[in-house]
Design a protein around this ligand. Structure first.
Ligand SMILES: [Zn+2]
Length: 164
């Protein structure tokens, strides 16, 4: 008797397509900020779904959308519009590194930007004018690394980063 052999497909590991640059989960309304404090140097790395900052997440189709993307890249290049270490720390911002959004085929795109500050003393707090400028951000996950260890803050609009 012929037996009909069914060969099962090899289990194919599910491919997880992270949006953007592999920061993992991409959730609209949530942005991530990595904060590294080394002595008096402060490094911030922002990663946000483009939707939080633009209100859309596709390659710009109209002149208005193109203007919005241009404005975003300009704004992100001005650290003081987004992050203000406490004045007492006397921090000097170095030129930020802004990656314009890469329009993903899956319909999701991230925006990344890096900021460096050299301070006279280590700041205890960083105010976040980014909340006012980009109300599309409703939660900021802040990963802090200092010489005293690492921790995570989940901030709501209006809250500042406490580095103590
Ligand atoms: Zn998205």
């Amino acid at each position: 008797m012929k037996r009909f052999l069914i060969i099962g497909f090899m289990a194919i590991p599910a491919l997880v397509y992270g949006a953007g640059h592999g920061h993992g989960a991409h959730q609209h309304g949530v942005a991530t900020l990595d904060v590294v404090v080394e002595g008096n140097a402060l490094q911030l790395e922002l990663s946000s779904p483009a939707d939080n900052l633009l209100g859309f997440e596709h390659a710009p189709k109209t002149a208005a959308e193109r203007a919005k993307v241009d404005q975003l890249v300009k704004n992100l290049a001005q650290a003081e519009l987004l992050f203000n270490p406490e004045p007492a720390a006397e921090c000097q911002a170095s030129p930020p590194l802004v990656s314009a959004p890469v329009w993903g085929k899956g319909g999701h795109s991230d925006v990344d930007a890096e900021y460096g500050f050299n301070c006279k003393r280590a700041p205890a707090t960083i105010a976040l004018p980014i909340w006012q400028r980009y109300p599309g951000i409703r939660q900021l996950i802040v990963n802090i690394a200092t010489d005293r260890g690492q921790r995570q803050l989940k901030l709501q609009p209006g809250q500042a980063i406490s580095l103590r």
